[in-house]
Design a protein around this ligand. Sequence first.
Ligand code: FES
Ligand code: FES
Length: 154
Amino acid sequence: MRTVTATVNGVTRSAETEPRALLSDFLRHDLGLTGTHVGCEQGVCGACTVLVDDVPVRSCLLLAVQADGRRIETVEALAQDGELSGFQRAMRDEHGLQCGFCTPGILMSVTAAEREGLTAEQTTTEVLGGHVCRCTGYQGIRAAIEHHWQEAGR
Ligand code: FES
Ligand code: FES
């Protein structure tokens, strides 16, 4: 077993984990942060996306030990004091989700794109290209990105 310590959603968290454990398993099983979903486990669907030092990564492709000492953000960090983030509200208002399986990963990638200063068009192209959604046909998600960027005056 190895001890992995990371700043997760602003809090120092530490757990004993198998040396070959994936970051997704560390977050879900060792830390109980089940908002990060796991679909394909092959880096394809994007459901498991979290931010590591502000960079969106597929947590099913990273070993937990590779995240030791890093700053990790998961979907649980987005709502503050019970208030949804701006893009979470836009997703709700534009019906950007149905089953919600893909949603945490999309929320994290869009959050990173927003921080990077991407336009709505760039975000739609670059983010949605890396996330599989089997329910929505992407229309509501596109609308949510437009909605949020307009509301933010970008
Ligand atoms: S579960 Fe990681 S990309 Fe699909
Ligand atoms: S809302 Fe069901 S997979 Fe995207």
